[in-house]
Unconditional design. Structure first.
Length: 277
């Protein structure tokens, strides 16, 4: 009787998991199928469950009507540059907080962490005025530079770097290695999993960044992919949903590819950051 009850519980759990998976996957399946349909077929009831033959037509129209590749390139440049600089600067600051003792260290770390509590809306007006004064309107620098070395990245790398044995660093110093050399040849190579995890999070955050680029990048030649997609569904204009859905697929692909290739390091990096004291 107990075995039968246990089997029923396991079956019920699997059933619940399958239902949750189907609910989670359905929007992506609908997106892919709908991108192959014409505008008139997308919202028909009941919804289409088979692929159409309009994907390449929708893609061609998207290329003709919108600077999709320009926006894609802008988003990729901003996201990759931001991610690389964030990884380096956050690692440098995290290493400093983790392995050095200096006056007001805890106070400075507290101030850095307090910036995480500020909603982005509070900083928009000062950021806009500073960016205009520096001549950064419609330039990638206005999106990349203000967000560098964010508090989360600094704290995340600090927590991970606390696990690196101090004896290893002392041995390197005895052998004559400079602090910069120690950072580049010991700290960074031993921090690959947390770097990969932070890199994925930083890339996703910047790739999907919408509000600030919408404000500061007002030229279509400098706009990013999320902003371009939002401009395609504004009120008062004819919305070609087939084109919008094809563009949405292109916006999802980079994040999906990066996560698939780096998921092992992502999980290891997140786990290692959660167990450091």
């Amino acid at each position: 009787m107990m075995k039968k009850d246990k089997k029923l519980k396991i079956t019920f759990m699997y059933l619940i998991l399958i239902i949750i998976c189907l609910i989670s996957v359905y929007p992506f399946v609908w997106l892919i199928i709908s991108s192959t349909l014409s505008d008139t077929d997308i919202f028909k009831l009941p919804p289409k469950i088979f692929f159409g033959n309009n994907f390449f037509k929708n893609f061609e129209n998207l290329n003709i009507n919108q600077p999709i590749w320009k926006a894609f390139g802008n988003s990729m440049f901003i996201s990759v540059t931001y991610t690389l600089l964030t990884l380096y600067l956050s690692s440098l600051a995290g290493y400093t907080f983790a392995k050095f003792e200096f006056k007001f260290k805890n106070l400075l770390l507290g101030i850095v962490l307090m910036t995480m509590m500020l909603p982005i809306q509070v900083t928009l007006i000062p950021l806009f005025r500073i960016s205009i004064a520096l001549g950064w309107q419609n330039k990638a620098a206005a999106v990349i530079i203000p967000a560098l070395a964010n508090a989360f990245g600094v704290f995340f790398m600090k927590q991970n770097m606390m696990s690196i044995p101090s004896e290893l660093l002392e041995s390197a110093r005895i052998d004559g290695a400079s602090e910069i050399s120690i950072f580049h040849k010991i700290i960074l190579p031993t921090s690959l999993p947390p770097l990969a995890a932070l890199g994925i999070l930083s890339f996703i955050q910047q790739w999907g960044n919408f509000l600030w680029p919408l404000i500061i990048l007002q030229d279509k030649e400098s706009t990013t992919l999320p902003v371009l997609l939002s401009m395609m569904v504004q009120r008062g204009q004819v919305v070609h949903y087939g084109e919008v859905l094809v563009g949405t697929i292109f916006s999802i692909l980079p994040v999906l590819i990066i996560f698939l290739f780096l998921q092992k390091y992502f999980i290891a990096g997140i786990y290692s950051g959660s167990v450091k004291g």
